[in-house]
Design a protein around this ligand. Structure first.
Ligand code: KG4
Ligand code: ZN
Length: 296
């Protein structure tokens, strides 16, 4: 739906939520061979995100909860990317150091022993996923750009071009410089062969992955934690998964959920609800969507 526009169109997304949500819920129950009578509560994303989509979700969740006399809890989409790790390792407990890299966020967080989440690093400009998506557009690749760069990069040489490693002060990220460097690199060439495009994709991906892991290493030095968790759509990236294993996995317990639990999914919202439920119980309805919600 969004591909012809080269990005997500909020209006189209909100309408699609309205049209597909009820059939999707019915199909999910059917696939899980579950009846409504077996459902103990409803979990829903309260934010952050596009307000139109969030409103459809929080209103439907509260309507079902009211009609079925079920408790309902609204959770943070970002925290859910961290808690997705518990679907892989149910015994996983904080303290945890986490990297959440998605289309809208690049955050380094500490999931503390008391259950709270604090942000210790964030992006100063583009998110990592945005850097992938915009880089893909510069390279003439289809939307969404992350998966396109990931597959093309597999055929390229990551050392072909040395892109600057994006740095920002402290534990923050910055990706606009590397994106501009890619743009200049493409502009200065008259034509780009398939191999050259693959080399550029691989080199660009390498710069982003290196910058991400460098910050995780710095965060681990400053706030040592027994476990590191990666989450968000960009954590699907094969080079990131492989390099994280090599650079962090030797010394620390590293959890990178299965690819389908890294991209946006409803299972992680359920996982987040279980964690939050233990801390604070259900939400009193009515509650509102919060497009700028952080980790809690
Ligand atoms: O978490 P997510 O599914 O949605 C948001 O919450 O934003 O993340 C989507 C982002 C997009 O920018 C997409 O290009 C990126 O994740 N992404 C990837 C890969 N798969 C998805 N980036 C790099 N490599 C991938 N394989
Ligand atoms: Zn996400």
């Amino acid at each position: 739906m969004h591909a012809p526009y080269g990005g997500v169109v909020p209006e189209i997304a909100a309408r699609a939520h309205l049209q597909t949500l009820v059939p999707v819920i019915e199909r999910a129950l059917e696939n899980a061979s579950t009846r409504w009578e077996q459902v103990d509560g409803i979990a829903v994303t309260r934010g952050p995100g596009l307000v139109g989509c969030l409103l459809v979700g929080v209103n439907l969740a509260q309507a079902i909860a009211w009609a079925r006399k079920l408790p309902v809890i609204g959770v943070s989409h970002l925290a859910a990317h961290v808690f997705a790790a518990q679907l892989e390792e149910p015994e996983l407990r904080p303290p945890v150091l986490g990297l959440v890299v998605s289309g809208g966020h690049s955050d380094l967080i500490r999931w503390q022993a008391d259950g709270g989440i604090t942000v210790i690093g964030r992006t100063r400009d583009d998110a990592a996923g945005e850097a992938f998506d915009k880089g893909a557009r510069i390279l003439g690749l289809p939307f969404p750009g992350g998966p396109a760069i990931d597959s093309l990069a597999a055929k390229g040489d990551p050392r072909a071009v040395r892109f600057p490693r994006p740095r920002a002060p402290g534990l923050d990220f910055s990706f606009s410089g590397v994106k501009t460097a890619l743009l200049y690199e493409v502009r200065k060439r008259k034509s780009i062969s398939d191999q050259a495009r693959a080399d550029l994709a691989a080199s660009y991906q390498e710069a982003i992955v290196d910058a991400l892991l460098q910050r995780v290493e710095a965060a681990q030095a400053e706030y040592p934690a027994p476990t590191i968790v990666l989450g968000g759509g960009v954590a699907r990236n094969r080079r990131l998964r492989e390099a994280a294993q090599a650079r962090l996995g030797q010394r620390t317990h590293l959890v990178i959920p299965a690819p389908e639990l890294c991209t946006d999914n409803a299972a992680m919202i359920g996982a987040a609800a279980l964690v939050e439920w233990e801390r604070r119980g259900p939400d009193p309805a009515p509650f509102d969507a919060d497009p700028s919600l952080s980790f809690s």
